[in-house]
Ligand binder design. Structure first.
Ligand code: 13P
Length: 254
């Protein structure tokens, strides 16, 4: 099973900040074993520069979103084809901030996954329940529905080419983290859903945890058998913190 630590920069940094963050990451990751895939997801305007700066290195570059259509009159949007053309290797899809603030539906997110796969990009498919959904005990049900709606139409072969990220909305940017047990319980549930598409799918698809994952809680989260790395927000903007999380992931796999 692959282990991945991906940094979602969200709408942060500027060109100078992006350059120095990537420079520091390249330098600090050098001493670490290559067993963990390190991915950064800068804002669209910085993708080209970050691609240039990371070429030939162990760092992969992801976008934070794409449009589901191949091309067309969709002012302000970016297609999976354009990302592939740039050399971007992965793309976050269905992040709760996109679902919440930009009205992204499960159906649209499913189409984005298909568009990314068609262009050879790795979709990092996000799911996760809101606070009130956990409090009312509906978290497994909500995440099951998201996974079915977003990925249900995919073939086994396509499912083997995705990554799932579990991001409980109540833990994102709040400093609250799912406990190691809450994370493992949900990841095991997700693994079970993937298994219904075949044992190879369950054994191949990494499931990342996201939601206030920091250097001080990463080791405990990654020690869980079904947690295969993290999708990191705030801590990904600091090279030392991001590298410490990559180190924790490397240590978790020995
Ligand atoms: P934080 O790590 O800032 O909670 O963000 C998590 C996230 O949304 C990553 O996609």
């Amino acid at each position: 099973m692959r282990t991945i630590v991906a940094g979602n920069w969200k709408m942060h940094t500027d060109s100078t900040g992006a350059r120095s963050l990537v420079g520091a990451l390249l330098e600090k990751l050098e001493g670490l074993p290559n067993t963990v895939e390190a991915i950064v997801a800068p804002p669209f305007p910085y993708l080209q520069r970050v691609l240039d700066q990371t070429r030939g290195s162990r760092i992969k570059v992801a976008a934070q979103n794409c449009h589901q259509a191949e091309k067309g009159a969709f002012t302000g949007e970016v297609s999976a084809a354009m990302l592939a053309d740039l050399g971007v290797q992965a793309c976050i899809v269905g992040h709760s901030e996109r679902r919440q603030y930009f009205g992204e539906t499960d159906a649209a997110v499913g189409e984005k996954v298909a568009a990314l796969l068609a262009h050879g990009l790795l979709p990092i498919y996000c799911c996760g329940e809101r606070k009130e959904e956990r409090e009312s005990g509906r978290h497994f049900e909500v995440v099951t529905a998201q996974l079915k709606a977003g990925l249900g139409e995919l073939s086994e072969a396509d499912l083997e080419r995705i990554v799932v990220a579990y991001e409980p909305v109540w833990a994102i940017g709040t400093g609250l983290t799912a406990s190691a047990q809450q994370a493992q319980d949900m990841h095991a549930h997700l693994r079970g859903l993937l298994r219904s598409h075949g044992s190879k799918v369950a054994a191949t698809v990494p499931i990342l945890y996201g939601g206030s994952c920091k250097p001080d809680n990463a080791a405990e989260l990654f020690a869980n058998p079904d947690v295969n790395g993290g999708l990191i927000g705030g801590a990904a903007l600091d090279a030392d913190q991001f590298v410490a999380i990559v180190r924790a992931a490397a240590e978790s796999i020995g």
